[in-house]
Design a protein around this ligand. Structure first.
Ligand SMILES: [Zn+2]
Length: 310
């Protein structure tokens, strides 16, 4: 059993906490919700998407685009289908290489390595797309075995999905087909420490004709507010987690525990975590607008590149 909390003398904990608060290359969410929660055994595992969740994500994405532009132009100009298929593979490989080069030299990535080492955490990397990775943060060997299994099921799901792809699907299903496989979602969410009631509500949402949980959650907060009910911030205990209802007692209990334990580690972290909770609520509440804005952005980008959108 890991005892980071007690193995570190108080002086060290204070230093760690003040370094966390002063860390400029990573978000407080990442440090507290993704790293410290796992280091303190509050949950077995966390996940983050990179480079998106790094503060320097935009600069990294631009550098990757720049590095690959000539390959993209070559691909766009090719009319022969056979040659094009080959060029797509080459382009993907180029994107992968550019990702490795650009992410690894970014200051956020350097800080990510520094902090995971300092807190004695391990990282399991999964490629979602050539330029997008999910980083699962964990400590125990049994979690690593589960991540191995999950990663293998995910590969199978993706292969099956691609073979069965006939009818048009929502974009989220094309990018993350595994989200529509309840057993997979349940196992991942359980590993991330999400309450059962919330996982079930999320899966239901994915089943019911693509009414996204994100959309449902955003509306729940608005409906509550219209009736004079503010959402319970502790229920939004980590970024992108969606409680079954804005007042879910099981989710709020997890948030309270995080708050208490971060405070045990160092009092100074509680204020920082309170801010995280507020940001998490605001993120869920604004899903509707953010999804719409994202769609607009994708459309504009596609038009710029001369690609027809669905
Ligand atoms: Zn719940």
């Amino acid at each position: 059993m890991r005892t980071l909390e007690w193995a570190q003398p108080m002086m060290n904990r204070q230093q760690t906490a003040s370094d966390m608060i002063g860390e400029g290359n990573l978000r407080p969410q990442t440090l507290l919700e993704n790293y410290l929660s796992v280091a303190l055994n509050l949950r077995k595992c966390s996940v983050m998407t990179v480079p998106a969740e790094f503060p320097d994500a935009e600069a990294v994405a631009m550098a990757i685009d720049l590095a690959c532009i000539s390959d993209y132009q070559e691909l766009a100009a090719e009319k022969d289908i056979k040659k094009k298929t080959k060029l797509i593979q080459k382009f993907k490989q180029r994107l992968r290489e550019a990702y490795q080069e650009e992410v690894r030299k970014s200051s956020s990535y350097t800080s990510h390595i520094k902090w995971t080492n300092r807190l004695d955490l391990r990282v399991f990397e999964v490629e979602v797309r050539p330029t997008v990775r999910e980083l699962f943060i964990y400590t125990a060997k049994d979690v690593e075995n589960k991540l191995d299994e999950l990663s293998a099921s995910r590969t199978l799901i993706r292969e099956q999905f691609l073979r069965s792809l006939r009818k048009p699907m929502p974009r989220s299903a094309v990018v993350y087909p595994e989200e529509y496989f309840p057993d997979y979602v349940f196992r991942v969410a359980e590993l991330l420490g999400y309450p059962k009631c919330c996982i079930e509500a999320y899966i239901e949402g994915r089943r019911e004709g693509y009414v996204l949980a994100e959309d449902r959650a955003s509306r729940q907060i608005r409906t509550g507010r219209a009736q004079g009910l503010a959402p319970e911030p502790y229920a939004y205990f980590v970024k992108d987690f969606i409680p079954c209802v804005p007042s879910c007692a099981n989710a709020a209990a997890v948030g309270h525990r995080f708050f208490e334990e971060f405070g045990q580690f160092d009092k100074g972290l509680q204020e920082s975590y309170s801010q995280c909770l507020k940001t998490n609520v605001a993120n869920v509440e604004s899903y509707i607008e953010r999804i719409a804005a994202h769609k607009e952005k994708m459309k504009a980008q596609a038009q710029e590149l001369g690609i027809m959108t669905m």
